[in-house]
Write a protein that binds this ligand. Structure first.
Ligand code: CA
Length: 224
């Protein structure tokens, strides 16, 4: 799950990013409205944490612009305590939820979990394909009843593939969903993680579930 954090208070921004990354989200962050628009033009997010009072462009302007082009990415507004009018405007402009500053990080995390469950990527939290079971809430994976232990990024790649099972995903699309802008690895990072996943999930199995589509990318599906 990839999130965008737009917050111009540096300390709060850093705190949010660290906490979200600890919960295994991939996070891009910006300190002003213009940067936020650049990020939104280039990447797809599963959720946006959007401060209202920002230099450059305000959170409300960004939100209106997003909704006017039909983008339904879930948005959680971060607002000042006394700005009731802003919160009403925000909800009217298409925000999914809001949180008043200062807030407890635990509450924010709960709101974020609820937020991304509403997004287009969230068809549920539990997926089955052949005898593979992936539970995204508990982050548990098993095949034929045998528990499989995955590293954080391995799980992120698997989650993205299984949420889009049957859909062929390009390397760029997978990389763009799992790694943020500050990542400086090579473009073959996706192939590397697919190799790890195959070893853990498909090796020695009668049916392989992760398939390469030559010249295009990867897909998870049952092939007979
Ligand atoms: Ca602000």
């Amino acid at each position: 799950m990839r999130l965008l954090v737009v917050e111009d208070e540096k300390n709060l921004n850093g705190l949010l990013v660290r906490r979200l990354e600890r919960e295994h989200y991939t996070v891009d962050s910006c300190l002003d409205g213009r940067q936020a628009e650049d990020c939104l033009a280039c990447a797809e997010y599963d959720g946006i944490l959007l401060d209202i009072m920002l230099p450059g462009r305000s959170g409300l302007e960004i939100l209106r612009e997003l909704r006017s082009r039909g983008d339904r990415t879930p948005v959680l507004l971060l607002t000042a305590r006394d700005a009731v009018e802003d919160r009403v405007k925000g909800l009217d402009a298409g925000a999914d939820d809001y949180l008043v500053k200062p807030f407890a990080l635990e509450e924010l995390m709960a709101r974020v979990r609820a937020l991304v469950r509403r997004g287009p990527a969230a068809a549920g939290d539990r997926f089955e394909l052949d005898d593979l079971v992936v539970d995204c809430a508990s982050r548990r994976v098993s095949r034929a009843g045998r528990e499989i232990s995955l590293a954080s990024k391995e799980f992120a790649v698997l989650e993205y593939l299984i949420r889009n099972q049957g859909v062929v995903l390009s390397r760029e699309k997978i990389a763009g969903h799992i790694w943020n802008y500050s990542y400086e690895g090579g473009s073959n990072v996706v192939d590397v993680y697919i190799r790890y996943l195959r070893k853990k999930i498909d090796e020695d199995q009668a049916h392989r579930l992760i398939h390469t589509v030559r010249g295009v990318g990867y897909v998870m599906r049952i092939e007979t």
